[in-house]
Design a protein around this ligand. Sequence first.
Ligand SMILES: [Zn+2]
Length: 415
Amino acid sequence: MDAKDVLALGLGIAPPWRLVNQRLDTSRQPHVLEIMLETDRGAEFPCPECGDLCKAHDFKEFSWRHLNFFQHHCLIRARVPRTDCPEHGVMRADVPWARAGSGFTVLFEQAAMTLVREMPVLAAARIIGITDKRLWRIVDHYVDKALMGLDLSGLKAIAFDETASKRGHNYVTVFLDADRKTEPVVFATPGKGKQTVNEFKTFLKAHGGDAGGIKEAVCDMSPAFLAALGKEFPNAAVTVDWFHVVQLFTRAVDEVRKAERKLVQMPSAIRWAVLKSSDGGRLTSSQAAALAELEAGDFLTAVAWRIKEKLRWVRRAGTPHAARWRLSNFLRYAQSQVRGGPLLEAVRKALETVEKHRERILERWTSTHSNARMEAMNGLFQAARARARGYRNTATFIAMIYLIAAPLGDLLNST
Ligand SMILES: [Zn+2]
């Protein structure tokens, strides 16, 4: 076995292809090992369409970036024929070391995909020595391919929520299989609201799923989502995610604080104090002092904050019956507290929303699906944002969400 044979073996080259030459181009930095492949004169090639062996019509030279050879970049060059099939006409033949249209060998792409599952795309691109834009193209290809094979025929329960690709804009709505503990993401799409629910239904159908088979949906209290759910998934019982109830009041407390701050002098650390929990022991001493001052003073922000904190007590109810009783009690207590003036308007609105969705909120005590799942997803979205850093747009953000959290199976075998 000589050096050529070793290289050919490493590339998986088989007849009619053979390695005819190799040279190290030292005029470039890093140096480039060029490997030239050829076919025997008169060889026949399978038509890409039907696989029948055909004569070559003509040839054109292509090159593919291959795995580095030690510290050198490696380039494969070959003159690729176009087949002349009696039935399918003239077409560019496939080569065994690369997929059609790619400027990289399959082995190179596999190495790239292994890296991007572990680190930000930008970092992986630097390691393998290509631009992140080109690497994203590889990622997109494998993610798209794997998604095509996603089987949603058994999907019964979904949870969905929107998240921003960048702070405050470019929304993406993500749908989860609420029965899956790991890799739960089944669909992610740009935008938010009604349209995304329709798009999910189309995607579900295309992947063997049935809208009528969705028996439960966990989401927030946005009227657009709820209206679309009722229309597109009529059999789904809707559960409002507890996380969204807490979020609603956290925002309301903050609105009260902002309004009150304009009228009276407030303790300076109050913002973080009211946004954080009071029982986690995670407040700094100045925040704890601010909270004590807030409690002692006659601030409406304190009233709003106490209402929010009482949600914990509702949340801890052990049975559906107890939850119903506690929620009613909470609403009565809170409504009696917010009568004290226009500053508490935000809390009043939050209470109205809870009142309106009372049954959907209570569903969580009878639902078999964990409500914590969507909340846990926020960590994932953050990871996806970090991994897509540098070349981030809605499409790359979505590709990364799929890569990190969708059941894509063995990505590399899905060429
Ligand atoms: Zn053919």
